[in-house]
Design a protein around this ligand. Structure first.
Ligand code: GDP
Ligand code: MG
Length: 608
């Protein structure tokens, strides 16, 4: 395929606006898959079980299609992007492999927070944008209103908008035509030019290891070619090459402008750096701009419920990280929870997905600690240290401390919400330490009954990773949409809160809290501990402390030793069962100082 018949494009949209459904229709219409394969409600491109269950695309999936138009065969490369804010940086990278994007907007929902953020990413990259209005089959669709919204928000000419139903297939043919007619082909380059391949995604295959998805910027790649990474300088030999159609189909070579896969004996996914440039060994090239490694922003400890399961858990985590390059792993040991691992994730959804995969695919029984963001400690001697575990945080800050300043990561957030929920959203932002709040109306001039507001602010990431999203949805009856981007670090008044049982700290429960939330958080946790911890043989004080200062306290009263004493009538079987339960419980008891705690209590404490 010569460059002029190639089109590289993406579908960009807010979650649920129909990206996966449209991708299926395009694959079907071009005969890449047949209708029977698709089945009802099963999106071909969403492969992971968790993705299908949650209806979101976590892992980008790419496919090439061949389509005849005006007597010519075109090679259309659909570069799918992951559909969640945790992965917005990956969206931005994969768009670098495209010349155009379909901006999909749900005709019943209208422009949402991620519609705007992905639009800007695509615009900054200079992509041709094809506006598409989806779900016009829905009775609640308001195509004219949403079209004018797209005009006022994006400066899109309503005449350019294609109206479709990805569900029924109506209008989808016109989308393919627009891809061919409106999106420019990739830049020309000769097969003799130096090889420059842009790595925009990777997959993991149990047998062949890492498979990299590349876009050939110039030159030509073949099986057996020796290539090197601009970023790591590591050298590889191509063992398999081809296109995604939609599964891997081997070809003899990949030409300029093409999108395809290469297998080259990379062992772990983290070797395939998204945004990296590959070149022929001995023929270095200028790397593609804007490379940066993906950065874990949410950390949590993962421990087995039964300590003897640790080797198995660690092995499962190792295997899962082979397939997920963006998870970081370190060993961690806790006096309360035993041996475990501290993992870093791109965001909380990423963390949930990983946890669910551990449970589904590896049958793991785990406790996961409260998520933490990476904090920055600036020492008096100028040294900067990032910490991702509350236990590493200094007990006391201030005059005597070597730490001069603590900083936390902040994000630029935007929320789009119908006007009637504006007050609720302002409250929500204020209670999550929002700064630099500003807002404006999204639909200018349209009828006031459907006016929506876009609210922008700067939020600490730690506020976002706890309950922000759930509250946002809850307090707006599901109408608010939310998106955020990295906005660096900011000085903050933070301390480490530790929980003491009978005067002894429980390391796994330490958290970092902001001054303004100390009392509330301390009281809430102590209350929770009080309800979850079983009574002991002695009176048990439960305290939340910062440094030496007690923030909150509860006292758990003592219980008598004989557990069967309370059982009326002494029914034998019931008595035995009770004793057995107690024995079973003993195995999983953790001793904190003088206090025996069942692992289940931790589970109850740490689950939301
Ligand atoms: P994604 O999150 O953007 O990938 O969205 P999906 O493709 O998973 O679609 C989200 C939901 O909208 C699914 O339940 C689809 O069946 C539904 N959907 C997608 N396109 C249409 C459409 O044109 N009409 C209707 N009525 N529903 C659609
Ligand atoms: Mg999807």
């Amino acid at each position: 395929y010569a460059c002029d018949v190639i089109r590289n494009f993406s579908i960009i949209a807010h979650i649920d606006h129909g990206k996966s459904t449209l991708a299926d229709r395009l694959l079907e219409l071009t005969g890449t898959i047949n209708k029977k394969e698709v089945g009802r409600n099963m999106q071909v491109l969403d492969k992971l079980k968790v993705e299908r269950e949650r209806g979101i695309t976590v892992k980008a999936q790419t496919a090439s299609m061949i389509h005849q138009y005006a007597d010519r065969n075109y090679l259309l490369n659909l570069i799918d992007t992951p559909g969640h804010v945790d992965f917005s940086w990956e969206v931005s990278r994969s768009l670098a492999a495209c010349q155009g994007a379909l901006l999909l907007v749900d005709a019943s929902q209208g422009v949402q927070a991620q519609s705007i953020s992905v639009f800007h990413i695509a615009k900054e990259r200079g992509l041709t944008i094809i506006p598409v209005l989806n779900k016009i089959d829905l009775p609640a669709a308001q195509p004219e209103l949403i079209a004018s919204q797209m005009e006022s928000t994006f400066g899109i000419n309503p005449a350019d908008i294609i109206s479709i139903s990805a569900k029924t297939g109506k209008g989808v043919e016109a989308v393919l035509q627009a891809v061919i007619e409106r999106i420019p082909p990739p830049p020309q380059s000769g097969p003799k030019d130096p090889v420059k391949a842009f790595l925009f995604d990777s997959l993991y295959d149990r047998y062949r290891g890492v498979i990299s998805l590349v876009n050939i910027q110039s030159g030509m790649l073949q099986k057996g070619d020796r290539i090197a990474s601009c970023h790591t300088r590591k050298k590889y030999e191509i063992t398999d090459i081809g296109i995604m159609h939609p599964e891997e189909v081997p070809t003899s070579s990949l030409h300029p402008g093409q999108v395809g896969y290469i297998a080259c004996n990379m062992k772990v996914s983290s070797e395939a750096h998204i945004g990296d440039t590959l070149h022929r060994v001995g023929e270095p090239v200028e790397p593609m701009p804007g490379f940066k490694p993906s950065k874990a922003m949410v950390f949590a400890g993962i421990f087995p419920i039964d300590s003897s399961d640790f080797p198995k858990l660690e092995e499962s985590i190792k295997r899962l990280t082979l397939t997920d390059r963006s998870v970081t792993v370190q060993r961690e040991s806790s006096s309360a929870l035993g041996q475990g691992c501290r993992l870093g994730f791109l965001g909380t959804l990423h963390m949930d997905v990983f946890r669910q995969r551990l449970e589904d695919e590896y049958d793991a029984n785990i406790i996961i600690t409260a998520p933490t963001v990476p904090y920055k400690l600036i020492y008096r001697d100028g040294k900067e240290v990032f910490i991702s575990n509350p236990t590493e945080f200094p007990d006391v800050l201030g005059v005597g401390s070597k730490v001069a300043e603590v900083q936390e990561p902040v994000v630029k957030a935007s929320i789009i919400v119908p006007e009637e929920y504006f007050g609720e959203m302002m409250d929500l932002c204020h209670s999550h330490r929002a700064e630099e709040l500003d807002h404006r109306y999204l639909d200018t001039g349209s009828d006031s009954s459907s006016s929506r507001i876009i609210l922008n602010c700067v939020l600490p990431l730690s506020e976002v990773v706890t309950d922000f999203f759930d509250q946002l949805k809850g307090r707006s009856s599901g109408f608010a949409s939310f998106d955020y981007e990295d906005a660096g670090y900011q000085k903050s008044d933070l301390s480490k809160m530790v929980f003491l049982l009978n005067g002894k700290p429980v390391d796994a429960l330490a958290i970092i809290v902001h001054k303004s939330a100390q009392d509330k958080v301390g009281r809430a946790w102590v209350k929770k501990l009080h309800t979850v911890i079983p009574r002991q043989l002695f009176e048990l004080p439960i305290q939340a402390v910062i440094g030496k200062k007690v923030i909150a306290r509860e006292t758990l009263s003592a219980i008598r030793k004989d557990v069967t004493a309370g059982l009326y009538g002494g029914h034998y079987e019931r008595k035995m069962k009770h004793l057995e339960n107690q024995k079973e419980g003993k195995k999983r008891m953790k001793r904190i100082g003088t206090v025996d705690l069942p692992q289940e209590a931790f589970f109850d404490i740490l689950k939301k």
